[in-house]
Design a protein around this ligand. Structure first.
Ligand code: S3P
Length: 185
């Protein structure tokens, strides 16, 4: 695929920083991005928490697949930040693949995610407590690792650094040399 038409999804566990990396990446590459959870909330006129609690998790997953399918069909969006469970659904993975979209896994430790989950304002109805979240993290790692690219978020790397690396490695855009400045997001 030509670099300029390349499209990606960002996947990884809750709290890894997918949405923030997507925003930085969009700015660095001048490509359009969408956040799948935001789109679900916009289209349904409800919140993820309310959908999960009132309609059930299966209904949420069905809606997630529907909204993702529309985003994939609409070729204008080059960067899609997935919710942490979207990549786990096999149908979503095959839609992503068949649309020629590259999957990028943001890989990190459970502790990194847990810190962000605890301090974030985002409501996460699937997280009950630390033990349960850790079990979910461990179960999902073997599916996340099916992604095409893995970017390990180590200590000392922030979301902007990761976005720069993805821009360089996946989009072949050297954002450091192009002189685009970091802005607070
Ligand atoms: C979910 C992750 C959430 C959101 C929903 C379910 C999951 O997104 O889609 O609460 O199953 O991991 P984030 O990964 O952005 O928190």
């Amino acid at each position: 695929m030509e670099q300029k038409n390349k499209r990606i999804v960002l996947t990884g566990f809750m709290g890894v920083g997918k949405s923030t990396v997507a925003r930085h990446l969009s700015r660095l590459t001048a490509k359009r991005y969408a956040d799948l959870d935001d789109e679900i909330e916009r289209i349904s006129g409800s919140t993820i928490k309310r959908i999960v609690e009132e309609d059930g998790i299966d209904q949420f997953r069905a809606l997630e697949t529907e909204v993702l399918a529309d985003l994939l069909k609409d070729g204008r969006t080059s960067i899609i930040s997935l919710g942490g469970g979207a990549w786990i659904t096999e149908k979503n993975r095959s839609m992503i693949k068949s649309n020629g979209v590259v999957a990028v896994w943001l890989e990190t430790t459970f502790d990194h995610c847990w810190r962000n989950i605890r301090f974030s304002r985002k409501e996460r109805p699937l997280v009950k407590n630390k033990r349960q979240a850790k079990r979910l993290f461990e179960e999902r790692e073997k599916v996340y690792c099916l992604a095409d690219w893995h970017f390990v978020i180590d200590r000392g790397y922030n979301s902007f650094d990761i976005a720069q690396r993805i821009a360089a490695d996946v989009f072949s855009i050297d954002a450091r040399r192009s002189g685009r400045r970091r802005k607070r997001l």
